[in-house]
Design a protein around this ligand. Structure first.
Ligand SMILES: [Fe+2]
Length: 307
């Protein structure tokens, strides 16, 4: 078991920092602009899970992963002889800046000091049709300090899945959860894979990175976890009433089981809210699934995110 604990942040260039901050506030982050850098956090302890600077052209800049430890960061950096530098951002720590085979900037960090946790959007128990958890009391919601909890996964379109996954597997220790395969002229063709962190017996998200075998490199989306279904729908209506661009949802994926809701930010980058995703550990292994499983939902709209 080596590598990373989790994905930690995504970083962008945007054309209007104030408009982006307004969107992120409406999306459920707690935000601040510090010396031209827009930093957004959730209720978990990381001081930032989204970063943006203003530029004339919008761009996906990098994805950041938290190493298991400083020793793990040193092992990762040593593979390419990448220098480890002090991290200049809030929380400090150490950072190694890698470049993957697609040209994506991949930052690996360690020892970032957590900020204090913020109040999560808790609620009293659910009374569903089968099990009644809330007896003799009205439903009650705790007032959260912000609605987003954490960054859960990123989805990247890549030139060549095999080459890309080999790179990430060696450096970050990622495991394949579900590979999407289809038959083409009697040959098995990979459309990409949902990959997760390897933390041994510890349960992790079904996917931390989904690599789409697209034949070109591009950012697809980043997904942020919210506390529960109520928050997902609360956020949906907050964003809708604020006039932001909805992309896809609400629905429930088959692979990963997340209840999802996709939005577009002011520059058209897709950001997702999710809740109730599957958790697996190392023993889950790796599986092959069909494009129908990828495209299908337990319930939700037809189509795919981003269309
Ligand atoms: Fe997603």
């Amino acid at each position: 078991m080596t590598g990373i604990k989790d994905v930690l942040y995504v970083r962008f260039c945007v054309t209007d920092l104030q408009a982006q901050q307004k969107f992120l506030d409406d999306f459920g982050f707690q935000t601040r602009i510090d010396d031209g850098l827009l930093m957004a956090r959730g209720t978990d302890g990381s001081p930032y899970i989204y970063l943006a600077e203003e530029a004339s052209e919008p761009a996906f800049v990098s994805v950041g992963f938290a190493a298991e430890s400083e020793a793990a960061l040193r092992d990762i950096a040593a593979i390419d002889g990448t220098p480890i530098e002090p991290n200049p951002l809030s929380g400090g720590g150490l950072i190694a800046r890698l470049t993957d085979p697609n040209g994506f900037s991949v930052e690996v960090v360690a020892d970032i000091a957590d900020s204090s946790l913020l109040t999560v959007a808790g609620r009293s128990g659910f009374n569903d049709g089968v099990e009644k958890q809330r007896l003799g009391e009205r439903v009650a919601f705790a007032a959260p300090e912000c609605l987003v909890k954490r960054l859960g996964h990123v989805v990247l379109m890549v030139n060549d899945f095999g080459e890309t996954f080999a790179w990430y597997q060696r450096r970050l220790g990622l495991l394949i959860s579900d590979e999407i395969v289809m038959d083409k002229d009697g040959q098995e063709q990979s459309l990409g894979s949902f990959t997760r962190c390897n933390r041994g017996e510890e349960y992790v998200d079904h996917h931390t990175v989904f690599f789409i075998n697209a034949g070109h490199a591009d950012f697809n989306h980043a997904a942020f976890e919210v506390a529960n279904w109520d928050v997902l729908m609360q956020s949906h209506y907050l964003l809708k009433k604020a006039g932001h661009q909805h992309s896809f949802g609400v629905g429930k994926h088959i692979l990963g089981s997340q209840t999802f809701d996709y939005w577009k930010d002011p520059n058209g980058f897709m950001l997702e809210h999710f809740t109730d995703g599957d958790l697996f550990n190392e023993s889950f292994g790796s599986h092959k699934r069909s494009p129908a499983d990828l495209m299908g939902t337990h319930w939700g709209p037809d189509g795919m995110p981003g269309q």
